[in-house]
Design a protein around this ligand. Structure first.
Ligand SMILES: NC(=O)c1ccc[n+]([C@@H]2O[C@H](COP(=O)([O-])OP(=O)(O)OC[C@H]3O[C@@H](n4cnc5c(N)ncnc54)[C@H](OP(=O)(O)O)[C@@H]3O)[C@@H](O)[C@H]2O)c1
Length: 310
């Protein structure tokens, strides 16, 4: 099968498309024929290892000291179950699935074996029936990230919610989830994304390239920082200061992403009911994955960036 190998940490050019052996599922595994994967913010961190020292050391202990232990990286997949091991109960051949591969990585390939149960090595669920495999990769990564951190807000109808970093993979999902919960949503992004976030339901928008103070009267019940802790600004500080006394501020970097197939099943329900639609920025061919990494590495994707494998 074809797979993209990352044989050392470095620039996008370390990624090489190669022919490798097709995996065979164990008794508790399913073999997924991958139709689409995604290039996520996490893939960029893993490939480049270009992150602050305090995160880099634990990350390398987990993933590999001088190079990724599994040379096939990639965290997100959507595809079809081609075969199953004899103990598998949750899935059957032909099921269309989507999920994350976690520490197991391996989604930059034509096939991947995964356990049917959730673990640090991934979670898998039936894909929403009304979206493409490409859209499903955005829903899996953005949905898991956004929903995990939004749930911490216990958002009630009518509450004021601010999403900082609203135009990225998790931000675009977070806006729609907050609207589904009945919140009034303020979205923060740069000028070229204002129309996008409005189209997803944002009631008001703030352009972080033009504004670095906000009305001190604005009281937010919940703020999701969907950009992460590394990227900060005067405006982000101003947003924090506009939190209501009993409001909650949550960064998407607070803790680890939980690989939870129940949450994926919930994302599926909301998508099938028409409450949420994944946003795709660009879709690349498998052989153009280096270009996709260059683009995502700039940090300004709108929704998700997808790789079509077949
Ligand atoms: N906790 C965990 O386990 C975990 C796991 C995975 C990822 N994460 C975190 O999740 C973050 C978000 O992932 P994602 O894929 O949703 O991100 P993304 O798609 O890359 O989105 C980035 C967002 O940040 C905005 N942005 C970029 N530079 C900015 C700046 N200087 N000031 C304000 N906004 C800026 C972009 O808006 P414009 O394009 O409009 O500038 C865009 O809305 C990652 O960076 C990572 O920190 C956490």
């Amino acid at each position: 099968m074809k797979a993209v190998l990352c044989t050392k940490y470095g620039s996008p050019e370390v990624l090489l498309l190669k022919e490798v052996e097709k995996p065979t599922p164990g008794d508790n595994e399913v073999l997924i024929k991958i139709f689409a994967t995604a290039v996520t913010a996490s893939d960029i961190f893993i490939r480049s290892s270009d992150i602050p020292l305090q995160f880099r050391i634990p990350m390398r202990i987990m993933l590999g000291i001088t190079k990724p232990r599994n040379p096939i990286i990639g965290l997100v997949l959507a595809g079809e179950i081609e075969s199953i091991g004899k103990n598998v109960k949750r899935f059957k051949t032909g099921d269309q699935v989507y999920g994350l591969t976690g520490l197991g990585m391996g989604a930059y390939a034509e096939y991947k074996c995964m356990k049917e149960t959730d673990s640090m090595h991934g979670c898998l669920a039936i894909k929403p029936g009304n979206i493409t495999y490409e859209e499903a990769t955005v829903a899996a990564y953005g949905g898991l990230l956004a929903f995990q951190y939004m749930e911490k807000g216990n958002i009630q109808p009518g509450q004021n919610v601010l999403i900082y970093g609203a135009s990225g993979t998790s931000g675009t999902m977070a806006i729609q989830f907050a609207k589904f919960l009945g919140a009034k949503v303020t979205a923060v992004c740069s000028t070229s994304n204002l129309d996008l976030v409005k189209s997803l339901g944002a009631d008001s928008v703030i352009d972080y390239t033009k504004v670095d103070v906000i009305d001190s009267g604005a009281q937010y019940d919940f703020i999701l920082d969907a950009v992460g802790k590394i990227k900060t600004s005067k405006l982000k500080v101003a947003c924090k200061n506009a939190l209501a006394t009993v409001g909650k501020y949550v960064s998407i970097d607070d803790g680890n992403l939980l690989l939870d197939s129940n949450r994926l099943a919930f994302v599926k329900e909301l998508i099938e009911a028409g409450h949420i639609k994944p946003v795709i920025d660009k879709c690349y061919k498998f052989e153009d994955i280096v270009e996709a990494h260059r683009y995502v590495g700039k940090g300004h994707k709108k929704g998700g960036v997808v790789i079509k494998i077949r």
